[in-house]
Design a protein around this ligand. Structure first.
Ligand SMILES: Cc1cc2nc3c(=O)[nH]c(=O)nc-3n(C[C@H](O)[C@H](O)[C@H](O)COP(=O)(O)OP(=O)(O)OC[C@H]3O[C@@H](n4cnc5c(N)ncnc54)[C@H](O)[C@@H]3O)c2cc1C
Length: 389
């Protein structure tokens, strides 16, 4: 049996590949990961590439052209994400705008707010998402940043933390408490807050790698017009679910493909270090290979259900499995370098320290967007139907 794609899908792929060949910026060509650096600014090449993707209908292909897409089918979206991922190309370095804020404004915003979605997706307006607080991360419903009504405005006071790109964002999609008298998840609302508002202060935080990518955000009696409320008052909990629903069935592809590329890199290191005949190394590589390919098969199985309009419980497992797998792959890449694993001087280590940096970043992958422990709870209760602990 020979499995092939249809002519329409192949035409879609050919057009995409021609675009990528012509337009992928030098900085990320050849699968080179962009790790970020000491500058909090979004690089110009990244903004230009995002805008180009939007203008050519390749930013969110399942959306219509006015939202940076081309009404792509689920199958075409899968092809799109696979081709990008196999080349290590990311659409944007600040995913909050196109992946969270844009879709949420389209789903929950009023007409004026819906009108802000195209620039969020194109990256013309940089957004940050203010959910986490010092005492509300996994348990987001415990957030305490208060918004108190005052005439035509809310007065907002509190603190956010780990807010990606807050240093450069123009607007914050901010989760605030608007009612303290009801169950905690029922008293949350979302406000659009201008980042240059008086009383708002941003203090950058560094990753382990030294890159500045997120920040603490302090809000001290910040005045926010009531018209900046997104959706109904106290309906914020529903909005936490807003994201790229069109792509949900295929988003796992990026993380599986990135694990696969890292694995291919591991084989190269083993060769360069003269370890390709080492039995322990070969066994470990084979195990990782098996894991990557099993996850890809599981992802496809879930996609088949998603494309037919059914839920795909397999996908609940993918974030957990791929983020932990990547951590192990990068960790093994360091192990293969022997004592140099602990060296950060790019002159002495494999690929200028890429493995050390990627391993450090992979630690964040098991925290952001829901920690591994929380993902395990989700799989246990929602997929396996086990009782809550
Ligand atoms: C790179 C990165 C970017 C981020 N960007 C943003 C952003 O833009 N906006 C934003 O709002 N937030 C952002 N975050 C924050 C992220 O959402 C939180 O870090 C995450 O939700 C975990 O919350 P926490 O850090 O408060 O940890 P906590 O919730 O305090 O958890 C601490 C530890 O306890 C464990 N734990 C907690 N509850 C349970 C439980 N019920 N059962 C078992 N174990 C549990 C956790 O797994 C973890 O190991 C980002 C985080 C990272 C790493």
């Amino acid at each position: 049996m020979k499995l092939t794609w249809g002519a329409e899908e192949e035409a879609f792929r050919a057009e995409l590949l021609a675009f990528l060949d012509a337009e992928v910026p030098e900085e990320i060509k050849g699968g080179r990961d962009w790790i970020g650096d000491e500058s909090p600014e979004i690089p110009k090449w990244a903004s230009e590439f995002q805008a180009k993707l939007f203008d050519h209908g390749w930013m969110v292909p399942s959306y219509p052209p006015e939202l940076g897409g081309r009404n792509a089918t689920p199958l075409q979206t899968l092809i799109f994400l696979e081709e990008l991922a196999s080349r290590g190309v990311s659409r944007s370095v600040h995913f909050g705008g196109y992946a969270i804020v844009g879709p949420s404004l389209l789903e929950f915003g009023n007409e004026q707010q819906k009108g802000m979605a195209p620039s969020a997706i194109r990256g013309d307006t940089v957004w940050c998402v203010g959910m986490s607080e010092p005492d509300a991360g996994s348990d987001l419903a415990s957030l305490q940043t208060r918004a108190v009504p005052d005439g035509d405005s809310f007065i907002v006071t509190g603190q956010k933390v780990w807010t990606s790109y807050a240093m450069v964002a123009e607007k914050c999609f901010c989760y605030v408490r608007t009612d303290t008298s009801v169950a905690k998840h029922k008293g949350i609302s979302v406000l659009i807050i201008d980042m240059d508002s008086p009383g708002l202060e941003v203090r950058p935080l560094r990753h382990l790698t030294g890159a500045i990518e997120f920040a603490e955000v302090f809000l001290n009696e910040v005045v926010v017009p009531k018209e900046n409320l997104v959706g109904e008052l106290n309906s914020g909990w529903r909005i936490t679910m807003g994201s790229l629903a069109h792509e949900r069935g295929a988003l796992w592809v990026e993380s599986v493909s990135s694990a696969q590329r890292a694995l291919e890199g591991l084989v190269e290191i083993a060769r360069r270090q003269g370890l390709e005949q080492d039995g322990v190394v070969r066994r470990k590589l084979a195990e990782l290979y098996e894991e990557v390919h099993s996850l890809r098969a599981l992802g496809y199985k879930g996609f088949a259900s998603f494309a037919q309009g059914s839920s795909a419980p397999e996908h609940s497992f993918m974030k957990l499995a791929t983020s932990e797998l990547r951590q192990r792959i990068y960790g093994f890449g360091m192990e293969l370098q022997g004592p140099y694993a602990a060296v950060v001087d790019p002159e002495f280590v494999e690929e200028g320290g890429r493995w050390q940096q990627s391993w450090q970043i992979s630690l964040a992958g098991t925290i952001g967007g829901g920690t591994s422990e929380i993902q395990r709870n989700v799989v246990a209760t929602r997929v396996l139907g086990l009782p809550r602990g």
